[in-house]
Design a protein around this ligand. Structure first.
Ligand SMILES: [Zn+2]
Length: 275
């Protein structure tokens, strides 16, 4: 089992203003052994919009070799402008096409885990059905390529129906917190219960601070502004349950690279302190 130090990483989503290769270099220079690649946009050359056009076979090879020093590499789809549960079949197909492409991308750059955003059909039953449909396809692809895939959502029953060890949940701790009461004790307790309930199918965590602002809960905060979550209790639970997957930091989106790195180093130190 990899030590926790090798499994705490940074998402490149936090640094959209610099080329993704530069973001990888900065995360590496800061001593992180884990990284989440979010290949959405290359923003500086704004004529290059979509990652599929940007990541040619050569670029993928280069990225794979850049990532060699990392112990843990994951890929995450975010804000791709598609809905995997769209009730219009043409739109749903467009999402399937992009999600398949992101899984191929994950294989090409040598990632171990790839997780995708969940969709919404506007109806719980239909949403579950479309997630199940695509999840089964994705699980088969993942199994063939020695990959683990998953959705970022909180529907363990759908994962149970997909029924594959190659498909699970990316549990976003900050987003779980936002669904709990705005008090540190109650919020942490609620999140712990959800984690415990979903643990058997969790393949990755997204980690960020949450700030309680009256009745609202503001996510993606650095740890020094986190007032909603007691991460010492969360880490204790992960250790007790023998969680072996990654914890990817999604702090301050977007921000200057120096800020992201400083905040993520702070969060990593804090998490390791609870060991
Ligand atoms: Zn997330």
């Amino acid at each position: 089992m990899k030590p926790l130090d090798d499994r705490i990483g940074v998402s490149t989503l936090c640094m959209p203003r610099i080329p993704i290769e530069e973001a990888v270099g900065r995360i590496q220079d800061a001593g992180f052994k884990a990284i989440e690649i979010v290949p959405v946009k290359v923003q500086r050359d704004s004529n290059i919009d979509y990652w599929m056009e940007y990541f040619t076979p050569t670029k993928r090879k280069e990225m794979k070799s850049l990532l060699k020093t990392f112990e843990t590499v994951t890929v995450h789809s975010s804000s791709l402008g598609v809905n995997i549960c769209h009730t219009d079949s043409v739109e749903r197909q467009r999402a399937i096409y992009q999600y398949n492409a992101i899984m191929e991308f994950a294989v090409d750059i040598g990632a171990q885990i790839v997780t995708m955003h969940s969709g919404n059909a506007g109806d719980r039953h239909l949403t579950d059905k479309y997630h199940l449909d695509y999840g089964q396809t994705a699980a088969e692809y993942a199994a063939r390529h020695n990959l683990t895939a998953g959705y970022e959502f909180f529907r363990p029953n759908v994962i149970a129906q997909i029924g594959s060890p190659h498909f699970g949940i990316n549990f976003d701790i900050g987003h779980a917190a936002q669904r709990m009461p705005p008090s540190r004790e109650k919020c942490t307790q609620g999140v712990l219960e959800w984690i415990e309930q979903m643990m058997p199918v969790i393949v990755e965590f997204h980690v960020h601070g949450v700030f309680i602002d009256g009745e609202s809960m503001i996510d993606h905060q650095p740890f020094h502004r986190n007032t909603a979550l007691d991460y010492s209790r969360i880490i204790s639970l992960l250790i007790e349950k023998n969680y072996q997957g990654p914890l990817m930091l999604e702090i301050e989106i977007p921000s200057e690279p120096e800020t992201t790195i400083a905040y993520c180093k702070e969060a990593k130190m804090e998490l390791l302190r609870f060991l």
